[in-house]
Design a protein around this ligand. Structure first.
Ligand code: ADP
Length: 762
């Protein structure tokens, strides 16, 4: 154990004319480690009989964090004299507590020598609790005489301490001017320097000659780290965010998880590409905030001028990355599906890190990267940006869909600043894509790594501190076939992997307030749902309760005339599909289900988009086949508002996915009283429980099937249609209100993510 300053000066007398004759006070130990090693003992040699001990205690992260009252329990001269000093909570930081005590001369252990030991106690929920681990969370200072101030000499000669303090004050000015410290940090540090804060001066003495201003700022900022807010600072790097840039569920999750965390005290920010096709109407206070020069190109000296825009989306702070380059990376009129997607999003990842490394705040605690589009952040953070002020920052990766992994030609190692580590990074255990066919020779361009592909998601798996998938069942499935070639990597990194079920943003998806709906409803009063159904059927040109729209058979509230309907008082079931129309979502089962439902007398509405032109053509043909006069409508576009109207209006939602990492549509359906009919896979298996299964009634909420063939989906739909027709009272009065009340919000999952963030920090 090393003591920080042991030398004791003899007594002196302070005079105004001779400041060097200040009474000398030597703190032998003040800093956290030393205090704990000293059994929380502070020894001070004082040159004046009258002195006050001032105590500053920070309760954050201690057993006394939630205490209503706190006392410093002090003992002088080997606990010969004991007392409790009640501390006052500081108004500017409720977890900082202050107190002071004027120590009578008789309590000195020897002439001019104070020795104090200290532990803390407090009342938590009416019970007494102790914090006697000591050390890093408290400091004492000794005021030698009223008005003289706090004097704690570091060096034997007061003049050198004075010079050190002055140098520190000037350095602080410069660091604030260079925006390496915030003005708040600057002013707190200035006060500490002025008070000759031992820890600060000592820390400065050690780094005074360091020319790296960023490092100096980091060390000094650490001395007032208690200025930090209580929660973590989390930055999401993602390619989608609802409602401004949405392709699928990823967009919903980015927005709603960030919202849930913001509400629970985390500082949450989001970085997105500045696509030309963003819904700019939904971005408030958009402004150009900074210009960066992001290194990017085969030539190590090439940089891309990049603008960082800031704006508010649904109350969240968002930064948009806009490169000003010939590649026009985000000026494509669409989000994905470009031949250079790998390069577009790797650039985005690098620019996001460049922004975080250069901005004038402390580095974030956590960077939460989503899917392959932000996967390059992992290797970049750990290999390229570790030395740029982001060494403390941890990476959490969420895999929303293993089917998309992101491929990048090896020639881009140079762009990413990874060439010096190329041999390591391109090994099969790290980022080499063993499964992709070799790049076309044209891509090689003489680059030594141009003949290989990198797998971005694989790199993220390797470098992430924690990995999550979006449901517990999918977390298991990706260790097998659903790992889509990366299962062995995931098995190797299994200790970092967890499945956290996505929640639903109950503010956006609320049938009682949803602005997209023609009528509102709750689990207590479902009449608005019926009005929504009538309105949608009319919009789609489908008959309502056996009465054709436009006839006099129903009024505008949807109170239909049921004459002629074989279905009884509330009409035929309306079955919906709202989905990307891709193989993953079970195209063949959707089509089989649609036909079977219509044959069974139900009505069907499909809202979807097919990224594959072949699928698109097939759906267009099917739309024509079911025609304007039949019982099904197929709407082939992305239409957010219409999706809300469909969820509200329908009686059932069909989700027959081949695999489903989590799935949000079944959760939306439940919230809107629309009974899900799903294939049991991934998150669908975690959230939908068949009404026929042996389990507590209150957990049941839908109809499920397991096989991937048409009879399975047809059978499940038939069961649902029969239950709707034959058990109408049960359906309307029990099942619908029950599923609407089930909780699939973010509360539980957001706190699981917080736990994962905390684990990543340690
Ligand atoms: P994925 O992310 O795999 O597409 P999810 O079920 O997780 O599937 O999320 C899909 C999201 O996209 C839901 O919010 C759903 O309502 C929405 N969505 C899908 N297709 C459309 C569409 N054509 N128009 C509007 N919203 C859609």
């Amino acid at each position: 154990m090393v003591r920080s300053a042991v030398a004791l000066d003899g007594p002196g007398t302070a005079t105004e004319s001779n400041p060097d004759k200040q009474p000398a006070v030597q703190l032998i130990a003040q800093d956290g480690d030393l205090l704990s090693n000293l059994d929380d003992k502070v020894q001070v040699a004082v040159a004046q009989p009258s002195y006050t001990v001032r105590i500053l205690y920070r309760s954050r992260g201690t057993p006394l964090q939630d205490a209503s009252d706190i006392w410093a329990h002090m003992g002088h001269s080997g606990w010969q004299y004991k007392l409790d000093v009640k501390l006052e909570r500081q108004s500017e930081d409720p977890q900082a507590w202050q107190g002071s005590y004027l120590i009578p001369i008789k309590q000195l252990s020897a002439s001019w020598h104070l020795e104090t030991q200290m532990v803390f106690k407090g009342l938590v929920g009416g019970h007494e609790r102790w914090d006697n681990k000591g050390g890093s969370n408290w400091t004492v200072a000794v005021e030698v005489a009223p008005g003289v101030g706090l004097v704690q000499a570091l060096n034997p000669t007061y003049a050198s301490t004075r010079e050190l303090t002055s140098s520190l004050l000037l350095r602080l000015e410069a660091l604030v001017a260079a925006r390496l410290l915030t003005p708040e940090q600057g002013s707190v540090l200035r006060v500490l320097a002025w008070q000759h804060d031992m820890g600060l001066i000592k820390a400065y003495q050690e780094i005074r000659n360091n020319k790296d201003e960023r490092q100096v700022a980091g060390v000094l900022a650490g001395r007032c780290s208690w200025l930090r807010p209580p929660g973590l600072n989390v930055v999401h790097i993602a390619s989608e965010m609802a409602p401004v840039a949405k392709v699928g569920g990823l967009a919903d999750v980015t927005a709603s998880l960030a919202k849930a965390h913001q509400a629970s005290g985390l500082l949450t920010e989001i970085i997105l590409p500045k696509y030309d096709c963003i819904k700019y109407d939904d971005v408030k206070e958009l402004k150009k905030m900074a210009t960066l020069h992001v290194p990017w190109g085969p030539d190590p000296n090439r940089t891309i001028e990049t603008y960082v825009w800031s704006g508010l989306v649904d109350g969240l702070p968002v930064y948009f990355i806009e490169p000003n380059c010939s590649e026009r990376y985000f000026w494509r009129g669409k989000f994905y599906g470009e031949p250079d997607d790998g390069a577009r999003f790797s650039f985005f990842s690098r620019a996001a890190l460049e922004f975080l490394a250069q901005r004038q705040h402390e580095a974030p605690d956590i960077i939460h990267c989503h899917d392959w589009q932000a996967a390059a952040v992992g290797p970049l953070l750990k290999e390229t940006y570790r030395a740029s002020g982001l060494a403390r920052t941890r990476a959490v990766l969420t895999i929303h869909n293993m089917a998309f992994q992101g491929h990048l030609n090896g020639a881009f190692l140079q762009h990413m600043g990874l060439t010096p580590r190329a041999a390591h990074v391109t090994s099969p255990d790290i980022m080499l894509d063993g499964n992709a066919p070799p790049p076309a020779p044209a891509n090689n361009s003489g680059n030594p790594y141009g003949h290989m592909w990198l797998n971005l998601l694989k790199g993220a798996i390797v470098y992430a501190d924690r990995i999550t998938t979006v449901s517990p069942t999918y977390a298991n499935e990706v260790l097998g076939e659903e790992g889509k070639g990366l299962q062995h990597m995931l098995q190797r990194h299994r200790h970092k992997l967890a499945g956290v079920l996505n929640g639903l943003d109950y503010e956006t998806w609320n049938p009682a307030t949803d602005p997209c709906l023609p009528a509102h409803f709750t689990s207590e009063d479902l009449s608005g749902k019926r009005a929504c159904k009538a309105a949608l059927l009319r919009e789609l040109g489908l008959p309502f309760d056996g009465v054709l729209p436009g006839s006099n058979g129903h009024d505008s509230n949807g109170n239909g005339n049921d004459s002629g309907s074989p279905w009884g008082p509330n009409g035929r079931p309306l079955i919906a599909i709202v989905s990307r129309l891709t193989q993953q979502k079970g195209l063949h089962l959707m089509k089989a289900g649609l036909k079977a439902a219509v044959a069974a007398g139900a009505q069907v509405v499909v809202l979807g988009t097919a990224p594959d032109p072949k699928d698109q053509a097939e759906w267009e043909a099917l739309a024509k086949e079911v025609g304007a006069g039949g019982d099904a409508r197929i709407v082939l576009r992305h239409d957010e508002a219409m999706s809300h109207r469909i969820f509200a209006a329908s009686d059932m939602l069909l989700v027959p996915s081949m695999f489903e990492p989590c799935g949000l549509t079944q959760l939306i359906a439940l919230r809107y009283g629309t009974v899900p009919v799903v294939r049991e896979t991934g998150g669908l298996a975690d959230t939908v429980r068949d009404v026929a299964k042996a389990m507590p009634e209150h957990e049941k909420n839908g109809f499920t099937f397991t096989a991937k063939d048409a009879p399975a989906v047809e059978h499940a739909l038939q069961r649902a249609i029969n239950a709707y027709r034959d058990g109408r009272t049960w359906w309307q009065q029990e099942l619908m209100p029950r599923i609407m009340r089930q909780d699939f919000g973010w509360t539980q999952s957001a706190s699981t993510y917080q736990r994962i963030y905390n684990e990543a920090m340690h």
